[in-house]
Write a protein that binds this ligand. Structure first.
Ligand SMILES: NC(=O)C1=CN([C@@H]2O[C@H](COP(=O)(O)OP(=O)(O)OC[C@H]3O[C@@H](n4cnc5c(N)ncnc54)[C@H](OP(=O)(O)O)[C@@H]3O)[C@@H](O)[C@H]2O)C=CC1
Ligand SMILES: O=C(O)[C@@H]1CCC=N1
Length: 264
């Protein structure tokens, strides 16, 4: 089975890297198209896959076509390829804001489309992808699509009208996590830690905390309480974060991202 990407930027690169690393897909199984020569060169160099500047080449060769351009370019992409797509071809879109109804209308016919929202940890096979299948997608198509999407992390089935808020939480979420890693580490550097030590401490703390939450089944508040010794150091930090509106800032950020995603 051949998987083709139209748009070989950051997110397509993360997915391609995750797919190859999973061992379930090989470089001969993947082809990428991009109008931008540096993106093609980077993709070919990083992953050794075939790249082209012709979207139609991807359409003619791939069983599954991933639409991975920015929202403002997808209309032109679909108009270029729509007379050449096959009935049995499965499309996976990772583009925010473009609904299944809009995509089908732009294709000019009902297509087999799985609408998704992945995230960049796909590159290390720890992706989180929201998945919503269109009406024409059969159970067998969905199984094929999920095999690909599960190869680079977890998937969750989601109703289409919740994809924008999911985008705010997990699609954009890595950026917030990296800000938090930077902020934790910056504070460590203020206190005299080396930059590299501070990053390692911060990143492993996030990784370990996420793993502890996922594996323990405990409420995050309970896990937070386990760190806060009475009269101790952590509760002082928690108090400071609450005073500075930490939770509210995070919630506003996610809701702003969801609103923007809806409008793209
Ligand atoms: N980055 C992320 O974390 C995530 C991104 N997404 C979504 O994935 C999509 C891609 O994002 P991302 O990879 O970050 O974006 P990038 O800009 O890194 O990649 C998109 C690539 O597509 C190219 N392109 C533009 N027009 C065409 C065209 N007509 N035919 C072929 N290629 C074209 C772009 O070239 P040029 O630079 O010249 O425009 C660019 O190289 C977006 O819709 C984004 O919202 C979804 C989840 C997470
Ligand atoms: O910033 C964006 O619009 C895309 C969607 C999710 C992550 N990146």
């Amino acid at each position: 089975m051949k998987i083709g990407f139209i748009g070989c930027g950051n997110m397509a690169g993360a997915i391609i890297g995750g797919l190859l690393d999973s061992g379930a897909y090989h470089k001969e199984d993947i082809i990428g198209a991009d109008v931008y020569a540096p993106s093609r060169e980077k993709t070919a160099k990083n992953f050794g896959i075939k790249v082209t500047d012709q979207n139609l080449e991807v359409v003619s060769l791939a069983d599954i076509v991933v639409l991975s351009v920015k929202p403002q370019f997808v209309e032109e992409v679909i108009k270029d390829i729509r007379d050449h797509v096959r009935e049995d071809q499965l499309f996976i879109t990772i583009i925010p804001g473009k609904t299944l109804a809009w995509l089908n209308e732009t294709f000019g016919k009902e297509m087999k489309i799985i609408r998704t929202m992945p995230n960049t940890p796909a590159l290390v096979k720890e992706g989180m992808t929201g998945v919503c299948a269109g009406d024409k997608v059969t159970e067998e198509d969905l199984k094929k699509g999920l095999e690909v999407l599960n190869a680079f992390g977890r998937t969750v089935a989601i109703k289409e009208d919740l994809l924008d808020i999911l985008t705010g939480v997990s699609g954009c979420g890595p950026a917030y996590c990296f800000l938090f890693i930077e902020a934790l580490a910056d504070a460590g550097v203020v206190g005299g830690l080396s930059r590299s030590q501070a990053y390692e401490l911060a990143a492993q703390t996030l990784l370990g905390s996420a793993k502890l939450f996922l594996e323990s089944g405990k409420h995050p508040g309970e896990l937070k309480d386990m760190v806060c010794s009475p009269g101790g150091a952590t509760i002082e930090g928690v108090r400071t974060l609450e005073n500075m509106g930490f939770r509210s800032a995070v919630m506003e950020a996610v809701l702003a991202s969801a609103d923007k995603s809806r409008s793209l």
